[in-house]
Design a protein around this ligand. Structure first.
Ligand SMILES: Cc1cc2nc3c(=O)[nH]c(=O)nc-3n(C[C@H](O)[C@H](O)[C@H](O)COP(=O)(O)OP(=O)(O)OC[C@H]3O[C@@H](n4cnc5c(N)ncnc54)[C@H](O)[C@@H]3O)c2cc1C
Length: 407
């Protein structure tokens, strides 16, 4: 087939959650974007990944597509109770009343693949164009726009491009941006298990510091609609493969959940988490805007990955709207430069907060270790100490002077 040459106002590269959110955010501002996705339309995406969607994200989605934030929330669940244990002893427990009807809940817990389905259906309902099996391999920008080339040799040109093509972003590479930062020394084994209706578990998010049944490794249990996410924090000296092989998973899972769950594993993955940010989120001509994991990767504690990606997508759409509406080139460039500045600043904060969470979970220094133990002791009498322990694995929520949580 002859290679195509097509022209659009705005292209979004990548149909992950952030690309889909970007297409909807553009549509809300009267801009119709075309989404170019490397994979085929019938692809199967693995694992639960971003299960935790914060209210701030639901609010953005609801503002851009009225009803959609509520719809996402209706598919997910809100766990009513959170508990923290230290070496098997409960140090904190809090139960919340159910969120009032008609308002967005503080969170929704739903596998990423389900969130993508809901966002994709909304894109289709809004008439957004999708081109599947369109893997972008090169990017050329000039002061007037961008030309993208696919692996099949097609070329797509546009006035602006949103790069939402994930961790290995070709768009990021194409504009010469580089990820900077580091990665966790130890590995985490992340397992999804399906609900077992014969042995239902209480709907609680449970964090175990130094779980005695797994030789003092940390374990996090998070319910989501349809199943459970179980994270095991390996030690630096552990061989993660021995905990992530089918027998390895079954062996440790049996020690932290009822037996039957060891036979209900639906996804296993091992990560050493990256904490990296692109040195620029835009190209030299202010025509390409990077969002989501194309722009940054964080450890997932505090759930800042997809959540901040949706905030990037919204900010990128606002900047593109200003840029396309500007009659003076300098004004257009400034709108995109402001996106770059503000979203990189947000990414710095998200990385800092996720890094704090990671450091507390790892407790590789004596001071953190001592603080954890002292708080666990004090929690017998002082609720605040237990609350402090409970909050550490998620990192700080508010920056100094901030009153509303943002990502
Ligand atoms: C274990 C784990 C738990 C997590 N938990 C949470 C959580 O609770 N909350 C949260 O907010 N985040 C969480 N995250 C992070 C979240 O999964 C990511 O932030 C999210 O997937 C990023 O979305 P994205 O759209 O930027 O990238 P992706 O989901 O990677 O999507 C990128 C898309 O671009 C396409 N693509 C790639 N290259 C090209 C190309 N060259 N041309 C065209 N298309 C291309 C891909 O096929 C894909 O469809 C978690 C991650 C992990 C691993």
């Amino acid at each position: 087939m002859a290679a195509q040459v097509a022209d659009r106002d705005v292209l979004v590269v990548g149909a992950g959650p952030v690309g889909l959110a970007a297409a909807l955010a553009l549509r809300a501002r009267g801009i119709s974007a075309t989404v170019l996705e490397a994979e085929p339309a019938d692809r199967q995406r693995p694992g639960s990944r971003a299960i935790y969607t914060h209210r701030a994200t639901l609010e953005i989605i609801e503002r851009n597509t009225p009803g959609l934030g509520h719809e996402l929330a209706s598919h997910g669940l809100v766990w009513p109770t959170k508990r923290t244990l230290f070496r098997g002893r409960e140090v904190y427990r809090q139960t919340y009343p159910p969120p009032p009807k008609g308002v967005l809940p503080p969170l929704t817990s739903l596998p990423q693949v389900e969130q993508e389905r809901v966002l994709f259906d909304a894109c289709k309902a809004a008439g957004i164009e999708f081109v599947w099996e369109a893997e972008i391999v090169s990017v050329a920008t000039d002061p007037d726009g961008v030309t993208l080339t696919t692996a099949g040799g097609d070329t797509w040109s546009a006035r602006c491009v949103v790069g939402a093509d994930g961790a290995r972003s070709a768009v990021r590479a194409g504009i010469g941006a580089e990820l900077q930062g580091d990665r966790s020394e130890n590995s985490f084994v992340i397992v999804d298990v399906d609900d077992d209706p014969d042995h239902p578990l209480p709907l609680e998010r449970v964090f175990h510091y130094e779980h005695p049944a797994v030789d003092g490794r940390n374990v996090l249990l998070v319910p989501f609609a349809g199943g459970w996410r179980v994270d095991l924090q390996c030690r630096v000296e552990d061989d993660p493969d021995s905990f992530s092989s089918p027998e390895g998973v079954r062996a440790w899972l049996r020690r932290v959940l009822p037996d039957s769950y060891a036979e209900r594993v639906s996804w296993v993955s091992t990560y050493r988490f990256l904490q990296v940010i692109a040195d620029t989120f835009v190209d030299e001509h202010r025509r390409v805007l990077l969002v989501g994991e194309a722009a940054h990767l964080f450890a997932p504690f505090g759930a800042r990955g997809m959540n901040s990606g949706v905030a990037d997508a919204d900010a990128a759409a606002a900047a593109i709207q200003q840029a396309l509406g500007a009659t003076v080139r300098g004004v257009a460039e400034e709108a995109v430069a402001t996106f770059d500045r503000e979203r990189r600043e947000a990414a710095e904060w998200n990385r800092y907060a996720a890094g704090k969470a990671l450091a507390y979970m790892q407790a590789r220094d004596l001071v953190t270790n001592a603080k954890r133990r002292a708080a666990a002791l004090a929690a017998r009498r002082v609720t605040r100490a237990g609350k402090w322990l409970d909050s550490r694995p998620y990192g700080p929520r508010l920056k100094a002077g901030q009153t509303k949580v943002t990502y």
